[in-house]
Design a protein around this ligand. Structure first.
Ligand code: MTE
Length: 326
């Protein structure tokens, strides 16, 4: 039974219009606004190669608690062709072609390490099977660049992986290190970012019911350009928290620095909670462009506190100054 009372994070059905209305011309906004001047990042040296993604856990079961009928997903085509994945290029249109030649994501080993009782190195497919397979959840997605999508993710709750790892009491944060493969990924031979891309969460954030590791999109194994085979999903935070193609999950005592914070700490913090009242130093966060929302620039909608998940996650930040801890 999927007839449920719409949750308070629901988008109106009209918020997303068909794919045909969207203009896919590459944009350099993010790069431009960050002041980087990198062109042709992922070069043509990549060779042709057929790729497989993590396949365990498919077909997935829809989890009705995370499938609000009022949230209308962005098209598969847009989700998988309008990407930020700087290892494969800095234009939104580059990761799709560049991540699908010369770079394989199966087999894939992930290391789970640090202040835990059950450290392991495990194949991504085996991990999914061990955690009971995959489920599908539809979440809002909000990028710090002020655009948004709605994405049906397949995968597993991060809390299941944490339970398997069995953290010691000293563990307070979880870090996510993504792949480093400069031999096969030309973008990583250039100092665009401080490779490998790196992210972190407080342990209680990581254990929240909404935190998720995606292995698929729309019931299909996640494409390379979206972070195959394992990528973080934390829907109340800006998209840069969602580390792609994770190779190591480490439990630590101290708050780590994340990639974008290391690049520009005055602009990108550790928490990165979606917050319409705290602007980026160079642009407003009060509203967002809905990708696929119609028209050349897409339609705009107001940004919601914690991206619409305020009732679920505000308690994680009680008493914190969210303008200071951005
Ligand atoms: N992970 C890695 N390894 N490299 C990246 O450049 N970009 C981040 C995040 N994860 C990035 C990454 C940013 S800025 C965003 S907005 C999201 O991935 C984009 O995810 P998508 O391409 O699936 O929409």
């Amino acid at each position: 039974m999927l007839i449920r009372t719409p949750k308070d994070w629901a988008l109106p059905e009209s918020a997303v219009t068909p794919e045909r209305d969207y203009d896919l011309r590459p944009r350099r906004d993010f790069l431009k606004t960050l002041g980087y001047g990198v062109a042709g990042l992922a070069g043509s040296a990549l060779t042709s190669h057929s790729l497989l993604a993590t396949t365990a856990g498919f077909p997935t079961r829809v989890n009705p608690d995370f499938r609000d009928p009022a949230l209308k997903p962005t098209s598969y085509e847009l989700i998988t062709s309008y990407n930020n994945f700087y290892e494969f290029g800095t234009d939104k249109s580059e990761p799709k072609p560049n991540a699908n030649k010369g770079w394989t994501t199966e087999p894939w080993t992930v290391e789970i390490s640090g202040l835990i009782n059950n450290p392991m190195k495990i194949d991504a497919n085996d991990l999914v099977s061990k955690l009971g397979g995959a489920e599908q959840r539809v979440y809002r997605f909000r990028c710090v660049e002020a655009w948004s999508m709605v994405i049906p993710w397949d995968g597993f709750p991060l809390s299941k992986l944490i339970a398997l790892a069995d953290p010691k009491s000293e563990a307070k944060f979880v870090t996510f290190t993504t792949f480093n493969d400069p031999k096969n990924v030309p973008g990583q031979r250039r100092p665009v970012l401080d490779w490998p891309y790196f992210e972190g969460l407080r342990l209680d954030e990581a254990n929240h019911d909404l935190s998720f590791i995606a292995t698929g999109i729309y019931g299909k194994p996640i494409p390379n350009q979206n972070g195959a085979p394992l990528r973080l999903v934390v829907p109340w935070k800006y998209g840069f928290k969602y580390g792609k193609s994770i190779v190591k999950i480490d439990f630590v005592a101290k708050q780590p620095r994340n990639t974008w914070q290391a690049m520009a700490a005055q602009e990108y913090g550790f928490y990165a909670n979606v917050n319409p009242t705290v602007d980026h130093p160079r642009w407003s966060q009060a509203s967002e462009r809905v990708i696929g929302g119609g028209g050349v620039l897409g339609s705009r909608q107001k940004t919601l506190m914690f991206n619409g998940y305020e009732n679920q996650v505000a308690g994680l930040y009680t008493g914190m100054n969210l303008a200071k801890f951005y």
